[in-house]
Write a protein of this length. Structure first.
Length: 180
């Protein structure tokens, strides 16, 4: 496969635009947000740090249901798509440091990392929804942190969920449109 647009089209088909990941991560983040109203910050921060252990396998399962075509092993963007998906792991030491220094800041750190993580998907998935998602998640989290201070933790997670769940059907629809 030599055509870049065809390679990107195939990625959108095989991933349903990333909608499954947004939906599943939104669900687990919301569960942590609800728990955060009842748990101390350290316990809630720990849950947030590890909610991906539930969201990731669920997202892969849902993606198989939503996607409408496999990605070929010869797709030249295969390695890049994996690297983009895993890019946020290099920022995870910041989350660990925040957990150690101030567990209440873990939600802001996670939202900031997620926001940066979404930007390259605007190019890969060929939709500006990811640009708006990145800004909404990271900028909104910062605004909530400044406005609410130590009470911001669960509200940042609710904002993240809302952003993810608004974006999920939009990226799915865009992927469908662009691959038709």
């Amino acid at each position: 496969m030599n055509d870049l647009e065809q390679a990107r089209r195939e990625i959108s088909q095989s991933s349903a635009g990333g909608a499954a990941f947004l939906g599943c991560f939104g669900a687990t983040i919301l569960a942590v947000a609800i728990a955060a109203f009842f748990l101390d910050r350290k316990a809630a921060a720990m849950l947030l740090m590890f909610q991906g252990g539930v969201a990731l396998p669920a997202a892969f399962l849902v993606e198989r249901r939503l996607a409408w075509g496999p990605m070929s092993k010869q797709n030249p963007l295969n390695a890049l798509s994996i690297q983009l998906a895993m890019s946020q792991i290099v920022a995870f030491p910041v989350v660990i440091a925040m957990f150690d220094l101030h567990p209440g800041g873990v939600a802001l750190a996670m939202a900031s990392i997620a926001g940066g993580h979404f930007l390259p998907y605007a190019w890969l998935q060929r939709t500006n929804v990811y640009v708006w998602l990145a800004g909404g998640v990271s900028g909104g989290a910062l605004a909530l942190q400044v406005a609410l201070g130590s009470a911001a933790f669960p509200w940042i997670l609710i904002l993240m969920t809302a952003c993810y769940w608004v974006a999920a059907p939009l990226v799915y629809r865009e992927a469908r449109r662009l691959t038709a």
